[in-house]
Design a protein. Structure first.
Ligand code: PLP
Length: 627
């Protein structure tokens, strides 16, 4: 919500809770970015603020949606979810999920060997009944790791993604003398038409088709291991648009589940995968690419009802319901905060600003250009702006040609651009949208915007008691034309923003005062998918919990993003050696008379170089620049 200071504040326990406590995001930014000497943490922006209270609320809301559906429909088993760590593998966040989920037997899902290692470690502190679902393509090492997890008394299920994995599971489990629990990922015929539906349907990339499912069951029977087959999994894609599609998929999967029961498998769990969607654009519309047409309750109810109906028809015992909701669990828990450091100047060109008079201008033009120029001024005198525009465009093109061939100076060309801009402005065709330069990399922090056109709510986090009078797009720090955010929720091509305080076009003009924007709902996928384009490392990260202190929040963990040295190391450079090389070069270049001055110059250069390796790649924000 917007508080009385006009800033965005977060109320993790809802606005109705009394006494009402809120976390003012501007106070968090101040605390985090102010220098240590002023009582701050001295961390640079951009900043990810993690809110564990929100994470807890999401997990409990998901659990309670299923608990209510199960109770109201008299379903004969329980729900125990898992969190797919691929959505965000941050250690402290996964540890929070395990802790908050312990009362509910909430587990984890892994899709690769490192994810499995982290899930195993985190679950050592979790509920022993919590599931550890092993998805993804597997080799012998992955399978032996999953079998080791079972030996460590973790409730591990190896979910076959491909038929060939079965031979490895049989062989390795015999070798390691572990009785595995096996699941199968079914390739359903139910297909989801949205962006994420490409993985579903008969031609989908993942899972076993009907023939393969039957062959796996047969082989397990032949090897005396059919009792090991206990779980059926499917995933029809992220952001499932409607509950009717969901019910269709769950119904189909439950039929397969019941058939496996009939074939003698010791089936216990149906794992409905991810896909529980969230409403990024507020439309709650299944027709929007950025929303879905249901909430948590409707989702849970559709899942429970579909499983129950199918099982009851076949007199099959109701299975434990597992879901792998990632996006719906973690998207809300973090806010990305970044600063607008400058904005393009408002469109108001004047001839005087370049010190060039129109008469002077007329002198340097060819006859054709001169005639365009005269027609232009005559049309302007008549107030015929449409004609003005025609001549202005023609004049501009001729002058560009003249410039290219070397017969027009840079000052002339600038003046012609200026005239053309003035005419556009006069007839209202000039682009009123301004570019705000933000201290951020879209590729690192909002990769889904760049990669798949996903939209996120972006809003200034302060001055919200003041009307935003400027239309702006956001341009990031990378040297890449895709590094911008210029499409916004609701089909808008600009964002309502405030005028920056201070002089435009100068670093830190948002500055002294600071102009901060927040991107919300980016807690899933963005951090892990983000790349290192232009070697911008990750933002600083803080964990902020609600507390009874004076600010009603406490920063319980704080870490800067990768330094220049660390990000260089990712690409195989060796910062220590680089520093030594450059230091050596300083000694070679700054010498001569061995005076005190030389020594001072060398020391200054060397310590400057050392700082450059140590500091972050982003623009130093005004608060920390001084420190
Ligand atoms: N499980 C599997 C197998 C997935 O591939 C995914 C993501 O695509 C998920 C779970 C998480 O999906 P979501 O974030 O939509 O809940």
């Amino acid at each position: 919500s917007v508080n009385s200071s006009g800033s965005i504040s977060v109320s993790p326990h809802g606005l109705e809770t009394l006494p009402h406590q809120e976390i003012d995001l501007m106070k968090v930014v101040k605390k985090v970015s102010e220098p240590k000497s002023l009582g701050g943490l001295g961390l640079p922006l951009p900043l990810i603020v993690r809110l564990p209270d929100i994470l807890k609320n999401r997990l409990e809301s998901l659990q309670s949606a299923f608990d209510s559906a199960i109770q109201s429909q008299s379903y004969g088993s329980h729900y125990q979810g898992v969190y797919p760590v691929k959505c965000n593998q941050d250690r402290y966040m996964v540890e929070d999920i395990v802790e908050f989920g312990t009362p509910y037997r909430f587990g984890l899902e892994a899709g690769s060997k490192p994810e499995l290692l982290l899930a195993m470690t985190c679950l050592c502190k979790g509920n022993p009944e919590a599931l550890l679902i092993c998805n993804g393509y597997k080799d012998a090492e992955y399978i032996s790791l999953a079998l080791a997890a079972r030996k460590l008394a973790l409730n591990t299920v190896i979910v076959l993604e491909q038929e060939e994995e079965l031979d490895l599971v049989i062989e390795m489990s015999k070798k390691l003398a572990v009785r595995p629990v096996i699941g199968m990922r079914a390739k359903l015929r139910t297909k989801h038409a949205g962006h994420f539906g490409a993985t579903s349907g008969e031609k989908g990339k993942f899972g076993l088709n009907t023939m393969q499912i039957l062959r796996v069951a047969k082989k397990l029977e032949q090897t005396g291991m059919l009792d090991c087959l206990q779980l059926l999994h499917f995933h029809i894609g992220s952001q499932i648009p409607t509950t009717s599609l969901l019910a269709d998929g769950v119904g189909e999967a439950t039929q397969i589940y019941c058939e496996l029961v009939r074939l003698g498998a010791d089936m216990r769990v149906i794992d409905v995968g991810g896909g529980l969607g969230i409403d990024y654009d507020g439309s709650q519309s299944p027709d929007s690419d950025n929303s879905v047409g249901y909430g948590l309750e409707e989702y849970a109810s559709a899942v429970v009802q579909s499983i129950q109906n199918a099982c009851d028809r076949k007199f099959v015992k109701h299975p434990v319901i597992c879901s792998e909701s990632g996006r719906a669990l973690v998207s809300h828990h973090s806010v990305l905060i970044f600063e607008a450091v400058s904005a393009s100047a408002p469109v108001a060109p004047t001839m005087d600003s370049l010190g060039l008079g129109l008469d002077y201008l007329a002198d340097g033009l060819t006859d054709e250009s001169l005639s365009d120029y005269r027609n232009l001024t005559a049309a302007a005198a008549r107030g015929d702006f449409e004609t003005c525009l025609v001549y202005a465009d023609q004049l501009k093109q001729r002058c560009v040609d003249q410039f290219k061939e070397g017969s027009l100076s840079l000052e002339y060309l600038a003046s012609i651009d200026n005239i053309s801009e003035l005419v556009s402005k006069a007839i209202g065709t000039s682009d009123p949208v301004r570019t705000y330069h933000v201290n951020l990399s879209v590729f690192t922090s909002v990769p889904d915007f760049w990669g798949i056109g996903q939209q996120f709510p972006i809003v200034p986090i302060q001055r919200l008691d003041e009307k935003p009078v400027v239309k702006g797009v956001l341009s990031d720090l990378t040297c890449d034309s895709d590094g911008k955010v210029d499409r916004f929720i609701g089909g808008e091509t600009s964002l309502p923003l405030h005028e920056l305080v201070g002089e435009a076009g100068i670093l830190g003009s948002g500055g002294g005062a600071g102009y901060y924007l927040g991107m919300f709902l980016g807690g899933a996928y963005q951090e892990a998918l983000g790349g290192l384009h232009n070697l911008f490392g990750g933002p600083s990260v803080v964990r902020v919990s609600q507390s009874d202190g004076p600010h009603s929040f406490a920063v319980t963990r704080a870490a800067p993003g990768l330094s220049c040295g660390e990000v260089l190391r990712v690409m195989q450079h060796e910062p220590e050696m680089m520093f030594e090389t450059l230091k050596h070069r300083v000694e070679e270049c700054v010498h001569g008379v061995d005076s005190d001055d030389d020594e001072l110059a060398r020391d200054t250069l060397v310590s400057g170089l050392a700082r450059s390796f140590h500091n972050m790649p982003y623009l130093a924000n005004t608060a920390t620049a001084a420190s």
